[in-house]
Ligand binder design. Structure first.
Ligand code: G6P
Length: 490
């Protein structure tokens, strides 16, 4: 399936994080490495198949800024990438004050922590000079890429871009009429009360902007419903929960749920690659059964509680000692934000505590790696006996899906009831409440001691479920709706 439809105009995808980031090697040659996070992984799989589509993203490095200054989209690994260079201070405010410690925290229910988001002196400045400025740049770059072409399809992604739909309408002018604009929210959308913490100008601004798109999309029906209820509460918009429509300012907006997924073939191929096979030797050398987690070092992933639950399990079941290793592959993330930096330290401390308390001369209960090593993660996907995904909230969580399709051990998935993936995978996983350490300790033990036949049945069902909704299906469902929206003359 293709994102670009035969007789349609250009397709433009915009996200803050791009598929690749550039640098220069010692010889002055341009190098690139892949961008972080689930969104990029998924969009990558889509964009590689959509001929001619341009992917717009923020410049993240000096070399990215060089690429941004080049007039034509840069072609790399079957992708056409256009980078946008923001003012450094504006980007910093957008990323490190507004989008991550505030919007991300609000949408993941992290605002009741001792180190809650800082609605401080800098909030309004970060909104106006950071978030709005960066969103204006995205809107300009998208409109510029579309040029004079009619019937453009502009697909905006995620919470860093909430204000882009509104600015884009302005930039497109008359061209807005036959353009299709959607914004996909890849993170949870809390209930209306959850938005109570944000200043009015911000929540009203965000909702008005989103409702100037044609489609607003989410990973689960629950988030879509929460969004419609929030629009009704904050703007008094007229919503039809059953049909997924919102009427506001004389326009009809469709609100949809498309659960994102992975490209199984891509992961099967990766699983057999040289780099992964090399890492597999290390993974297989770890003592005992393998308990695994793979995450960015994000507070929402609930890493500290996961280690504490594991420690509790070892205390209750000392017979498990030396019979299991917990491998944690954590990719450092957003380290300039104090809450994240403090969290990374807390993660390190907790690992030391558990290892000191329960370790023996020849056995370390937890092996922690805080670095990006994708081949090692895939090697571990193949070999886990239990996979812990205990996020306090998560838009979807693609690790659960990636791991399930390449695992060779009938591994058991332990899954938070608050991960978006739970709507699809809940039946074949062991469900846990991410706040309840006892329940997680029990689930870890149950997963590691589960009888063969039950493991086999669950792992099979899990795999089937993932294979029944792949990234292709995700794209297809959206393409269908874009066509339907256009046909009704939206
Ligand atoms: C999540 C978000 C993405 C983001 C990714 C990585 O998946 O939904 O929008 O790109 O995390 O985070 P980062 O801040 O490094 O882009």
């Amino acid at each position: 399936s293709r994102v670009t439809q035969g007789d349609r105009g250009p397709t433009v995808v915009v996200s803050n994080r791009g598929p690749v980031t550039f640098s220069r090697d010692e010889d002055g040659e341009r190098q690139h490495s892949r961008g972080a996070g689930g969104l990029v992984t998924a969009l990558n799989a889509v964009l590689r198949r959509s001929e001619g589509a341009v992917w717009i993203a923020s410049a993240q490095s000096e070399e990215d800024a060089e690429v941004a200054r080049e007039p034509a989209p840069y072609e790399v690994e079957d992708l056409r990438v256009r980078l946008v260079e923001h003012d450094g201070a504006a980007y910093d405010l957008m990323y490190n004050t507004l989008a991550n410690p505030l919007l991300w925290f609000v949408q993941h229910g992290l605002y009741n922590l001792p180190y809650s988001p800082r609605l401080g002196d800098d909030t309004r400045e970060a909104w106006e000079n950071g978030y709005l400025a960066v969103n204006r740049n995205f809107a300009r770059a998208a409109a510029d890429t579309v040029g004079d072409a009619p019937s453009a399809t502009i697909l905006l992604h995620d919470y860093q871009l909430y204000m882009t739909p509104l600015f884009l309408r302005g930039e497109l002018g008359d061209r807005a009429e036959d353009a299709f604009v959607s914004l996909f929210v890849h993170i949870p959308w809390p209930e209306p009360d959850g938005w109570g913490i944000l200043p009015n100008y911000m929540r009203e601004g965000i909702l008005e902007s989103l409702l100037s798109a044609d489609v607003v999309a989410f990973h689960t029906r629950a988030y879509a419903r929460n969004f419609m209820e929030t629009a009704a509460r904050v703007l008094g918009a007229e919503v039809d929960l059953d049909n997924g429509t919102v009427r506001y300012a004389g326009r009809e907006v469709w609100v949809r749920a498309y659960p994102i997924s992975i490209d199984p073939a891509e992961f099967e191929e990766l699983a057999g690659s040289e780099a992964v096979l090399e890492q597999e030797e290390f993974v297989k050398g770890l003592p005992g059964k393998l308990l695994l987690r793979v995450d960015r070092t994000d507070l929402s992933k609930n890493v500290v509680r996961g280690f504490e639950a594991y420690g509790r399990m070892l205390e209750r079941h000392p017979e498990m000692k030396e019979d299991v290793t917990f491998l944690a592959q954590l990719q450092p993330s957003r380290g300039d934000i104090p809450e994240y930096a403090a969290y990374m330290e807390a993660v390190g401390r907790t690992v030391e505590e558990v290892n000191e308390r329960h370790g023996t001369g020849s056995w370390r209960p937890i092996e922690l790696f805080m670095q990006d090593n994708f081949p090692r993660s895939v090697a571990a996907y193949k070999n886990y006996d239990a996979l812990l995904v205990n996020a306090v909230r998560d838009g979807m969580n693609l690790v659960a899906k990636e791991a399930a399709v390449v695992n060779e051990k009938d591994g058991v998935l332990i899954l938070s009831e608050y991960a978006g993936a739970h709507e699809e995978l809940g039946d074949s996983a062991l469900t846990v409440n991410p706040y309840d350490l006892d329940e997680q300790a029990d689930a870890i033990h149950e997963a590691l001691t589960m009888p063969e036949d039950e493991r086999h049945r669950r792992a099979g069902a899990l795999r089937e479920t993932v294979l029944s909704n792949t990234i292709e299906d995700w794209v297809e469902a959206q393409v269908k709706d874009i066509e339907a929206f256009r046909e009704k003359g939206g």
